[in-house]
Unconditional design. Structure first.
Ligand code: GTP
Ligand code: MG
Length: 216
């Protein structure tokens, strides 16, 4: 455990891992893309969402956990996901892919429209059980991430940091990165005290993420 009590997610029990595997190998489907708050599906089941800067790997991770290569559209160009995309997992829960915040290759008025929708969604969805905030392990936490943390603190929605593209950084740099992130998170009451390390390329952290989601 480090000084700030934030730690890398522990190994989960085998039965929880198995429950996660089962849930995500059952029926998963794209439900709808939403462009305005009044288009959200009825809030009648638990929901988790993937937030993060443009290009951090949100859609790739959703493909990773569902085991479906192109369920969510991914791209090299920041700003690929332009709607709030709802995926239904076994009719039991929603997994939600969000447009990225921060830099995106799209006209400013359009980006501003996504940003206000994103903020409205993150602060006003009663069934939202956890926000996974994805951070690119090569870049760490930026000002735009801090703004989202502040918003989630205010709306009292628990968020968990998921480091992405862990295949791209050296093992010895991970410890330094975690220390730095822990320091930032210690200021945020809504932060969940475990950080998950993932790679959609190598598959690291995928079964753990499934297992975590199964608990909702
Ligand atoms: P927006 O929808 O634009 O906000 O992006 P996003 O966060 O959904 O990112 P997306 O999943 O589209 O991935 C962006 C780029 O990162 C793509 O070129 C992916 O192939 C790449 N990528 C995603 N995950 C990983 C990973 O774990 N490792 C590596 N090396 N590349 C990744
Ligand atoms: Mg995307």
């Amino acid at each position: 455990m480090n000084t700030f009590n934030f730690q890398i997610s522990k190994e989960l029990p085998a039965d929880q891992i198995e429950a996660g595997r089962k849930l995500f190998t059952s029926e998963t489907s794209f439900l709808k893309g939403v462009v305005a708050m009044n288009g959200l599906p009825t809030a009648n089941r638990p929901e988790v969402c993937f937030a993060g800067r443009s290009n951090v790997g949100k859609s790739s991770l959703i493909n990773g956990i569902t085991g479906r290569k192109s369920l969510a559209r991914t791209s090299n160009t920041p700003g690929r996901t332009q709607e709030i995309n709802f995926f239904s997992i076994s009719d039991k829960l929603y997994v939600v892919d969000l447009p990225g915040y921060g830099y995106a290759e799209a006209p400013l008025p359009i980006v501003e429209k996504w940003q206000s929708l994103l903020r409205a969604y993150l602060s006003g969805r009663p069934t939202l059980r956890r926000v996974f905030v994805l951070i690119d392990s090569r870049h760490g936490i930026k000002k735009v991430d801090q703004d989202i943390f502040d918003l989630l603190d205010k709306s009292a929605v628990t968020f968990q940091i998921v480091l992405t593209k862990i295949d791209k950084i050296k093992v010895e740099d991970i410890k330094i990165l975690i220390e730095r992130i822990s320091q930032d998170l210690s200021k945020h009451p809504a932060a969940f005290p475990e950080i998950l390390l993932t790679s959609s390329n190598s598959g690291e952290g995928i079964k753990e993420l499934r297992a975590i989601i199964t608990n909702f």
